[in-house]
Design a protein around this ligand. Structure first.
Ligand code: GDG
Length: 464
């Protein structure tokens, strides 16, 4: 079996307490793939140094080797906080109003991708499969080819691919997309993002797409397909059954004091639609005064990307809005919105999900959204909760038995909460069974097997 080299911006080294610790399911699943393939996980350590040295730190945990490099302060500013999170993230989430186009960002992005290629390149052996992850590293495949690598190299995009008409707002967009032709396999979360990519290739690059998923531009061809990511269902089941999760469940149920809990769990990010969600909830409280004391919304939102200004702005707005909602509706013995800016361990989260009768997950745009799948997996099969999900999350294409809403519409959010509150048990069970069947079957193991299988099936090519 070929070795697998996973390359991503950050490396999540596996830990012994994987089922109950703070580590994500993706890390667990990739670690499993790396153990099977005796591979290596390469990325940025998260540390900054005065000057880039290219020194690689190797660690070995649970049968997986990780290799990390430190980056310079300027690299982090221009590549990570700059091009990745101020330019590509907003653009790819359809927010060209927030996208910043700064030449220094583009230069830093190119430079760090070169630095990745320079340092990981020599670690790659001729027969290795190389799997590059996400928008931080789009041109890495091309950089590796330019250094003579002829291996099979795949790329998976965890976030949406924007419509061609938005993509063209990015300066030098052609160069970025042309660099992707260096890959053998390109994976998207959904058919929708794949379709946007194909449309771009046909419209802007004059390429054409075969029905089997092969894309041709000039003399280059690449296989592009949708590989919807899932959760590590088995790992999550274990987490839900753990004593820690049961304790978290009890804690929530006790503090709910017979009221129904609506839960939301999101990184604090404008793409997650938190402001719109709060406004939809507020509309519900206004329109249904008779329901007020029967429920509350628990929103867990650990801050992310604090060095990027737009994240500071959204944080301030949510602080203000949550305060306003509580000021407007709270009673001496009831607070309508519990807005929590801290993260919890996975087992705690699993317990909170199970304790919540309703999940309100309403991103304005999301590549997939794993929280929706985790909520489903955490439910009691005999008395499951109701999932309200944005139709603009990639997960909505699979989770059709959720209550699907337009996250921009306060009325739809309000109506969906009422529908969920009043849903008869038989309907809850019927919907949940269909959702759970999908979440269990299309899990993260199926995802990585499908992707790695496609990569294994690709023919090794000549460099260029
Ligand atoms: C990107 C794409 C795509 C959240 N709070 C805590 C915590 N989390 C965990 C959740 C879940 C993960 O973080 C979030 O995953 P999402 O999929 O919801 O969103 P992004 O972070 O934006 O991820 C997304 C994903 O990549 C995978 O391809 O689905 O569309 O944007 O697992 O549980 N975990 C812990 N404590 C928290 O407080 N331990």
């Amino acid at each position: 079996m070929s070795r697998l080299i996973v390359i991503s911006n950050r490396v999540s080294a596996p830990r012994a307490d994987s089922a109950t610790g703070a580590q994500g399911g993706l890390a667990v699943a990739l670690a499993a793939a790396l153990r099977d393939h005796k591979g290596l996980w390469f990325g940025w350590s998260g540390e900054k140094t005065e000057e880039f040295t290219g020194d690689i730190a190797f660690h070995r945990h649970g049968g997986v080797t990780s290799a990390t490099i430190d980056l310079e302060e300027q690299d982090v500013d221009e590549y990570y906080n700059g091009y990745a999170n101020r330019t590509l993230w907003p653009l790819f989430h359809y927010r060209i109003d927030l996208a910043e186009y700064d030449r220094s960002f583009a230069g830093g992005y190119e430079r760090v991708n070169e630095r990745f290629a320079d340092t990981v390149g020599p670690l790659i052996e001729p027969d290795d499969l190389v799997w590059v992850h996400d928008y931080h590293l789009i041109p890495l495949g091309q950089q590796l080819r330019q250094r003579g690598l002829r291996n099979r190299i795949g790329f998976f995009l965890h976030i949406p691919w924007p419509p061609a008409r938005l993509m063209v707002s990015l300066p030098f967009h052609e160069g970025l997309v042309l660099s992707m032709l260096a890959y053998d396999v390109i994976g998207f979360q959904t058919e929708e993002w794949l379709e946007s990519f194909r449309h771009y290739v046909e419209r802007e690059l004059g390429g054409h797409c075969d029905p089997d998923g092969t894309i041709h531009v000039g003399d280059r061809s690449v296989h592009a397909a949708a590989y919807p990511i899932g959760i590590d269902y088995r790992e999550f089941e274990t987490a839900v059954a753990s004593p820690k999760a049961r304790k978290a469940f009890e804690r929530m149920r006790q503090s709910a004091a017979g009221r129904q809990t609506i839960i939301g769990v999101d990184r604090l990010d404008y793409s997650k639609g938190l402001e719109e969600r709060f406004l939809g909830y507020r509309r519900f409280l206004e329109e249904h005064a008779e329901c007020r004391l029967k429920l509350f919304l628990l929103q867990i939102a650990p801050p992310s990307r604090g060095e990027v200004d737009t994240y500071e702005v959204i944080r301030e707005r949510l602080d203000e809005l949550s305060g306003r909602i509580n000021g407007e509706f709270a009673e001496v013995d009831w607070v309508p919105l519990r807005y929590v800016n801290q993260g919890y361990g996975r087992a705690d989260l699993a317990g909170f999900y199970r304790a919540a009768e309703i999940a309100l997950i309403t991103p304005l745009r999301d590549g997939m959204n794993l929280v929706a799948k985790e909520y489903v997996a955490a439910q009691d099969p005999k008395d499951p909760g109701v999932l309200i999900l944005s139709r603009f999350a990639g997960a909505a294409l699979q989770l059709k038995d959720a209550i699907l809403v337009n996250p921009y519409s306060k009325e739809e959010i309000s109506d969906a909460i009422l529908q969920a509150l009043n849903m008869p048990k038989a309907e809850r069970v019927r919907r949940w069974r269909a959702l759970n069947e999908n979440v269990r079957r299309e899990d993260v193991v199926a995802w990585r097997k499908a992707f790695v299988g496609a990569l294994e099936g690709a023919e090794s090519r000549s460099g260029g």
